[in-house]
Write a protein that binds this ligand. Sequence first.
Ligand code: PAF
Length: 287
Amino acid sequence: MIIVKTIAELQDALFQQRQQAKTIGFVPTMGNLHHGHLSLVDKAKEVADIVVVSLFVNPTQFGPNEDFDSYPRTFEADCEKLHNHNTDIVFAPSVEEVYPGFAQNKTQPNLTKVHVAELGKDHCGAARPGHFDGVTTIVSKLFNMVRPDFAVFGQKDFQQLAIIRRMVQDLNIPVTIIGAPILREENGLAMSSRNGYLSQEQKDQAAGIHRVLTWAKEQLITHKLSFDSVEQSAVEQLTNQGFRVDYFNVSNADTLQVAEVSDKKLVILAAAYLGKVRLIDNVTLTI
Ligand code: PAF
């Protein structure tokens, strides 16, 4: 495994692989890796000859009052895990390497932004203005740096994955996007870097989101309850369990718009705060 910190070093390393006609799989991450990330790395290794993983905490996808400064940076531990999962290249650039001039002009490091309309406006997009523009901009920059054949993203960030798929389609970016299933703790809690902010007691409590999502799915499939009544009852249950609910939405799984009774493929998207920690999760269903 080699570790590179500049775009020039990365492209040099990749040039040699391309000369040998190797296919490239890419897993973009913000580090602080857990088993969920490592399952994405394993998936990339399954489909491609060479796996590149980026470790980059992207400042442009954090709002002014969010946790960019305190986001855990665990470079040494991440590299060890990636080594154990057969990663070939770790790309860990500085903020200055990715956004030259960022330090001087914190609010506008790039004049160019990638914006995917509609898919990004509700759910997390409504709660975190500018977040998805930060994600699509960094992901397209990373795609241009790595030029992967495949890129793997987790389905826990369902809205992010839908937006990236659409960006790739709309901008004709020559990469195949692979969505990998959510990995869960034994109690059902979706694995996430932000779970590290939770105490053991809060982790048990946090599993309530998955329980309520599973309950909601069951109500829609078996008991054919209306979307509205399921949403309302789910919010009530989560509130009673100590969550501050941001949203609990039954949506069309392709458009992410409010679900219609005629829709067949649905996703239930949820975000809720436990203390200061914002957790997201989702389940998909076909009715
Ligand atoms: O999902 C994440 O960790 C980030 O949004 C990503 C895709 C690495 C972009 O910074």
